[in-house]
Write a protein that binds this ligand. Structure first.
Ligand code: TYM
Length: 321
């Protein structure tokens, strides 16, 4: 099975990205034909700073590799190194209904949060559909926030197949139930644009500051509380063993759950969980040329697949005169 997903290099990657997508992708490395890419063209919709975008791409690559992605066991590249995706995006855009695009909430959400209302931001889902369809992916692991974009990709694939004949695999989203929406410090979805993230590689005092800032209610320690309504418990669930979770759960239900202590426990768990990766990330970042070589090799492999699909598409639509 072909499994594909991408991530934007538009800021520090956070534990929502990790549990919503990266962890699933890394776990799929052994048993699937895996495609992982850093979507720098998409990031251009919100980053207009040459240095920031270029370093962001290398950092995101270092993050993925440090967390365990093996570039020998998958195809790993930077989106812009396979320019065929832009041509496919244009072709797809000519049969994407405006109504479909106008229903996409992420455009409105991003504009409401201050991102410039550019044409690129509006047509973001078409480029994402091209990303997926170009490689004929069967399955796309994402967080719940990308569900609508996957529906758009499926609609576009089906429309193309209806108009021009069977061409594209219609991709399926894969959204893990337990980590579909990882909450942020304030209980809303963890997101760069809400400023409520815990970056994966944060450590020491900075990490402590974040964890201590997780919002909780004001119910006294000795009173019973509902763990399933508690943001701190939701985060603990990602890192603690099931035995420990049961103990903490009992404290919530019976009284005795002290948020301050639970936060310190969570702090240690996060710190330990990413300790190895933190070390490896530093090693990767110390050698940016190696990162470039890895991405370029990956792009060569990705491009071999991309040209096959694009050639078929060109033929189907009549661009081969
Ligand atoms: P991006 O960079 O915003 O996010 C990367 C992945 O992280 C997931 N995610 C979350 N999952 C659970 N809880 C959260 N709080 C959380 N925050 C982020 C996202 O759902 C995503 O899976 N449009 C995509 C990038 C993209 C792409 C693609 C993905 C471009 N082309 C083709 C798949 C296939 C995005 O913005 O991801």
């Amino acid at each position: 099975m072909k499994i594909l997903s991408g991530i934007q290099p538009s800021g520090q990657l956070h534990i929502g990205n990790y549990f919503g997508m990266m962890k699933t992708m890394i776990a799929n490395m052994e048993n699937s034909d895996l495609y992982v890419f850093v979507v720098d063209l998409h990031a251009l919709t919100s980053v207009h700073d040459r240095q920031k975008l270029a370093t962001g791409t290398l950092e995101a690559a270092a993050d993925f590799l440090a967390l365990g992605l093996d570039p020998e066991k998958c195809t790993f590249w930077a989106q812009s190194d396979v320019p065929e995706v832009c041509e496919l995006a244009w072709i797809l855009s000519t049969l994407t209904p405006m109504g479909l695009m106008e229903r996409c909430h992420s455009y409105k959400d991003k504009v409401a949060k201050g991102v410039d209302a550019s044409h690129g931001l509006f047509s973001y889902p078409v480029l994402m559909a091209a990303d997926i369809l170009l490689y004929q992916a069967d399955q796309v692991p994402v967080g719940k926030d990308q569900k609508q974009h996957l529906e758009v990709a499926r609609d576009i694939a089906q429309k193309f197949n209806n108009v021009f004949g069977e061409t594209f695999v219609v991709p399926e989203p894969f959204i893990s139930e337990t980590t579909a929406t990882v909450p942020g410090l304030d209980g809303q979805k963890m997101s760069k644009s809400y400023g409520n993230t815990i970056p994966i590689f944060l450590e020491g005092k900075q990490l402590k500051k974040k964890v201590m800032a997780i919002t909780t209610d004001a119910i006294p320690v000795e009173d019973p509380k509902d763990p399933d309504k508690c943001n701190l418990y939701a985060m603990l669930k990602l890192f603690a063993t099931s035995e420990r979770l049961q103990e903490v759960r009992d404290l919530y239900v019976n009284g005795g759950a002290a948020y301050g202590y639970i936060k310190l426990e969570l702090l240690d768990l996060i710190s330990d969980y990413y300790a190895d990766a933190r070390q490896k990330k530093a090693e990767f970042l110390a050698d940016p040329e190696m990162l470039r070589v890895i991405l370029r090799k990956g792009a060569e492999r990705a491009r071999e697949k991309a040209v096959v699909t694009l050639d078929l598409v060109r033929d189907r639509v009549g661009l081969k005169y």
